[in-house]
Design a protein around this ligand. Sequence first.
Ligand code: SAM
Length: 269
Amino acid sequence: MSFIGAGPGAADLITLRGARRIAEADVVVWAASLVAPECVTEHARPGAELVDSSQIAHEDVLALYRRAADEGLRIARVHSGDPSLWGAVQEQYDAAEEIGLDVEIVPGVSAFGAAAAVAGRELTIPEVAQSVVLTRLEGGKTPMPPGEKLREFARHGTTMAIFLSAARSAQMVAELRAGGYAEDIPVVVAYRTSWPDELTLRCRLDEVEAVCKRHKLWRHTLFLVGPALGASGTRSHLYHPGHFHTFRKPDKAARQALRAARAASRPAP
Ligand SMILES: C[S@@+](CC[C@H](N)C(=O)[O-])C[C@H]1O[C@@H](n2cnc3c(N)ncnc32)[C@H](O)[C@@H]1O
């Protein structure tokens, strides 16, 4: 049994391994509301049993897994984005192991990477942001564990990728403000990235609520927030001609210039 990350939507953003596992499967289980049909239909073999998981309960899915174990069928369970994030994969993985299936997870492209790509942004810019917080707003059914409130993460001032929060964009903005983000901090609002009707909008923090209202973005939306979304930052040392590593020798003059620049930027003792 393979749990497969389908990527953000477009059928060609699934990994080669994920597509291969779908092609090998006797049964493909997928949520039609979250994964584009082509992701499954383009790769599944003719005659494979296709099951839309959004129409059935967890118990029915488990019954399907049990039948697969009894009949020696191969199952591909397709999840949106990467299965390691908000996919309810763990309970299924544990149950599948208990049933006696041989289980693996095939990673996928998460929505945050896809949204950054469409926006043409790197999320880690030298000396601006070196961390990315993947999080969500507290939901009615999903209280946040202690210490994981949006405002607490916002205090770091780094890049944040905020999932599952578009329906409460006003609350999200209030939390980010409370954590110290300025009104003009750049935000990328990404709706259904890589789907035919995708939307990628850039705005400031104080415009997010209006943008969501104007475009009716309540679901399938990801927010990238933080100074890295608007900054070019300093040059990365890794590709500087004065930097050396196991596979590359430094240029002498560039190395001296790099050292001088580093010494000049060091604070006086
Ligand atoms: C249940 S979570 C699944 C996340 C998924 N496992 C991932 O790695 O991207 C669903 C949320 O992910 C985000 N999301 C997933 N696919 C998206 C897409 N194509 N465009 C924008 N946001 C997306 C939205 O915030 C959505 O509410």
